[in-house]
Design a protein around this ligand. Structure first.
Ligand SMILES: [Cu+2]
Length: 505
C-alpha cells in the first residue's frame, strides 16, 4: 500500500490522519511536492458597521481558497483551526468519493485541530469553489477554487474572482428553525418575509405528506403571526416565491456596496470575471451596466460565447465573463442584483484616476426573476459523447409549507451502475426555484420544458417554479453522491437525495 492509498483508506475508514502523518514522516521520504496548506479559521468581519464572527477558508498567507493549474494534482492539507467540527466540499471538482465533503458521506467531520490530506487530479480548468456542506456555509465557510488552464495562464487578461454571499447576523440554525417553525410566533419582523412559507401549491399526490397532500392554497390566504410581509416574495412572479429570508447584507468578496472592492484595471485592458454565487439562499443576476461582456463558461465548463450585459447566476453556479475595457478608461461596476428584490452587491473595476461613484446597496428596481432563457441558448464546447440513455429517472421536486418540508422524488436514492449513461428528468412541482446540484460528476442539460437540446455541461442547474429539466451524465465515478438543491435551507429541510452506485456505501 503506498502513501496515497493509505491516506484514502484512512479517509474511507474515518481514521484521523495527523498521527499517521507523523509516523510516515519518519518512515517514508516524500515522493511528491508537499500538500498545499489550507485552513478553516474563525475571523471577524465588519458588516454594516457591526462586527460579525464568521469562518475563513484560506492559505497561510491569508489568500482565500486555492488557485491550481489544470492537469496537476489537487494535493491539499486541510486543517481545522476553528472551534467546531467542519468539512469542506470541493464544488465543481470530481474527486473520488472518499474525498468528497458531505459529512459522513463517507468522510467524517474534521475535528478542531485535525488536519486531513487530499490528493486527486484537479482535472481540466474551471471556476469552481469550496464550501462547508453544513449550515456553516451561512457563516461564510466558502472560498474560490480556481483551476487555470495553460491557455488561461498565457492569456493577456486580468482575472477578477468574485465570491457572492448573503449574510445574516442571525445564526443559520435560528433561520432554519424560523422557517420550519411555521410562523407560530417564531419569526421576528425583518428576519424573513412571507415568501418563506409560500410553498403551498405542490403536487404531493405521490408523497406521504398526510393532510397536506394535494392541497393548493394561495399564500395570501394564510396569514402567519409575526411574519414580516416584505417586498420580495410577490413581484413579477404571479404566486411564485422568490426569497425565503431577508438577509442583513449581500456581499461580494466579503464587502457590501457601501464599501466595495475597487479593482484596479488598465485602460483598453481585458478582464476575465470569475463569478461564484456562494449565497445560501439568494439567486442573482450579474449586471455589467455599460460594459458588454462575453459569457465564456458556466460552472467552469466552456460554452460558445454569449454576448450580453445581464446573466443569471443561481446558488452554487459560476459564470466566466470576459470584458474589453474602453481606451478612455473609467469606472465600471459589476453588480449582482438580488432576484426579485432591489438589493444588490458587487465590485467596481476602475482605471487609474477614474472617479468611483458610490452606489446605494439597494437599486431602484427589483432584480430579474431567474428563468431558463439563457440556459436554452447555451451550447457547450465539449458536450457529452452522443449516447442513448441506459437508465432514466423521473423525479418531482416538491415542498410542503407545513413545517417547511422539501423533497426530491420519493426520497429514495437513485440506484445506478457503473459505465452507464443516466438521465434524470426533474420536474419542479413547487413555487420556488431550486438550483439542483450533483456531486462527483459534470452533467449535460439535454431537455428543457419538453424540448431536447445539447445544452450546457455543468454541475448545478436552476429550476424555476413548475419547470422541467433533464440532465444526462456518465457513471464513471463510483460513490454514493449527494444530489440536492443548493438552497441551503431547502437542503437542510429534506431536498437532498443521492445517486448511489451499485455496491458502494
Ligand atoms: Cu430548493
Amino acid at each position: 500500500m503506498n502513501r496515497r492509498e493509505l491516506i484514502l483508506g484512512a479517509l474511507a475508514a474515518g481514521v484521523a490522519l495527523p498521527s499517521l502523518e507523523s509516523a510516515w514522516a519518519q518512515a517514508v521520504p516524500p515522493a511528491a511536492p508537499s500538500p498545499m496548506p489550507l485552513a478553516v479559521t474563525r475571523r471577524t468581519l465588519e458588516v454594516n458597521g457591526k462586527a460579525a464572527s464568521v469562518f475563513g477558508l484560506a492559505r497561510p498567507d491569508g489568500t482565500p481558497g486555492l488557485t491550481l493549474n489544470a492537469g496537476e494534482a489537487f494535493r491539499v492539507a486541510l486543517s481545522n483551526a476553528a472551534d467546531a467540527p467542519t468539512l469542506v466540499h470541493w464544488h465543481g471538482l470530481t474527486p473520488p468519493w472518499a474525498q468528497d465533503g458531505v459529512p459522513d458521506m463517507p468522510a467524517p467531520l474534521l475535528a478542531p485541530g485535525e488536519t486531513r490530506q487530499y490528493d486527486f487530479p484537479a482535472g481540466p480548468g474551471g471556476t469552481h469553489w469550496m464550501h462547508a456542506h453544513t449550515l456553516q456555509e451561512q457563516a461564510l465557510l466558502a472560498a474560490p477554487l480556481i483551476v487555470r488552464t495553460a491557455q488561461d495562464q498565457a492569456a493577456d487578461e486580468q482575472e477578477v474572482v468574485v465570491l457572492l454571499h448573503d449574510f445574516s447576523f442571525t445564526p443559520a440554525e435560528e433561520l432554519l428553525a424560523r422557517l420550519r417553525g411555521g410562523g407560530q410566533g417564531a419569526v421576528s419582523p425583518g428576519a424573513m418575509n412571507h415568501g418563506a412559507m409560500g410553498q403551498a401549491s405542490m403536487d404531493l399526490a405521490s408523497k406521504n405528506h398526510g393532510s397536506m397532500g394535494g392541497m393548493s392554497m394561495p399564500m395570501s390566504s394564510m396569514p402567519m403571526a409575526g411574519m414580516s410581509h416584505g417586498a420580495m416574495g410577490h413581484g413579477a412572479g404571479g404566486g411564485m416565491d422568490l426569497n425565503d429570508i431577508a438577509f442583513d447584507a449581500y456581499l461580494a468578496n466579503d464587502r457590501t456596496l457601501d464599501d466595495p472592492q475597487v479593482v484596479r484595471v488598465e485602460r483598453g485592458g481585458r478582464v476575465r470575471l470569475r463569478l461564484i454565487n456562494g449565497a445560501t439562499a439568494t439567486a442573482f443576476t450579474l449586471d455589467s451596466a455599460g460594459l458588454e461582456g462575453e459569457l465564456i463558461a458556466v460552472d467552469g465548463q466552456p460554452v460558445a460565447p454569449v454576448r450580453g450585459r445581464r446573466f443569471p447566476i443561481a446558488m452554487g453556479q459560476r459564470l466566466d465573463v470576459r470584458f474589453a475595457l474602453p481606451q478612455a478608461g473609467g469606472a465600471f461596476p459589476l453588480l449582482a442584483l438580488r432576484e426579485g428584490a432591489p438589493e444588490r452587491t458587487g465590485v467596481i473595476l476602475a482605471t487609474p484616476g477614474a472617479a468611483v461613484a458610490r452606489l446605494p446597496a439597494a437599486g431602484e428596481a427589483a432584480g430579474p426573476v431567474i428563468d431558463l432563457a439563457l440556459e436554452q441558448a447555451l451550447r457547450p464546447l465539449a458536450p457529452l459523447p452522443a449516447r442513448t440513455a441506459d437508465q432514466r429517472f423521473q423525479v418531482a421536486l416538491s415542498g410542503n409549507m407545513a413545517g417547511y418540508d422539501w423533497s426530491i422524488g420519493d426520497g429514495a436514492p437513485l440506484a445506478v451502475r457503473r459505465g452507464q449513461r443516466v438521465e434524470i428528468a426533474m420536474r419542479n412541482a413547487s413555487m420556488m426555484m431550486h438550483p439542483m446540484h450533483l456531486h462527483g460528476h459534470h452533467f449535460q442539460v439535454v431537455e428543457i420544458n419538453g424540448r431536447r437540446l445539447s445544452g450546457a455541461v455543468r454541475d448545478t442547474v436552476a429550476m424555476p417554479p413548475m419547470s422541467a429539466v433533464t440532465i444526462a451524465f456518465d457513471t464513471d465515478n463510483p460513490g454514493r453522491w449527494a444530489f440536492h438543491c443548493h438552497h441551503l435551507y431547502h437542503m437542510a429541510a429534506g431536498m437532498m437525495s443521492f445517486v448511489a452506485y451499485e455496491g458502494v456505501g
